[in-house]
Design a protein around this ligand. Sequence first.
Ligand code: NAD
Length: 243
Amino acid sequence: MIEELVRLIENSDSIVALTGAGMSVECGIAPFRGEGGLWEKFNPEEYAHIRSYRNDPSKSWELFKLQIEEVTDAEPHAGYDVLVDLEEYGLDSVITQNVDGLHMRAGSKDVIELHGTLSKLKCDCGYKEDTSEYLDEILENKVPKCNCGSYLRPDVVMFGEPLPAHAVERALELSRNCGLMLVLGTSSVVYPAASLPVIAREHGAKIVEINPSRTTLTGTTAHLSVNGTALNVLKGMTELLGK
Ligand code: NAD
């Protein structure tokens, strides 16, 4: 299967990667769903919905703090470097649902963050600042405040909020125009990200998913489903590329 994937990469000149929480699992960052997922401990309605944040920011900050801590401790694994190397083989962009900033840290040149990022904090007044500037307060369980008096929150999309329009437009455009889409570590149940492989396929792209479990794409939208973890499959792939 990895050989088939390598053949597809070598025959495509416009490749897009779509990544989800599974891409970062091997960096020590928990996914939302499944075993060990954050939703086992945090009810999304209570902690991750914009309504609950407005009612009680300190409760949502229990989840934000955990996510920020995980991301601060994590480093991109070797699979991230493989995606950077794939730029030589025609990988144009990475569309990610992840908010951990790891593709940027690994050096991918064009990253579209559909759900925002934990690496910035923002306020309703328009103020934005690097999360690192507030890290000490956050780790002391304080909820950081803006100079205007309101609470700050990570620049991520919470349930009940729209996705950044520019990111969605770019993701749609890339999906319509790519020849190959690699879908890594996403359960493909969160929309609109889940519709991107479907749109890409409708526009003639080949779809390959890399995931240790079956997803909504398996046997439907995906032409090829490579069963394995992102790290193992990407590493296995580089050994064959260019040979
Ligand atoms: P998800 O939690 O719904 O699904 C994770 C998928 O990854 C599953 O299909 C699982 O089988 C697969 N997976 C698990 N381990 C893997 C591995 N080692 N290699 C490859 N795949 C593996 O995640 P999702 O589909 O991305 O969608 C849900 C939301 O999760 C997104 O909105 C995203 O913002 C958010 N999220 C992001 C992070 C992060 O930034 N790292 C972490 C948790 C959740």
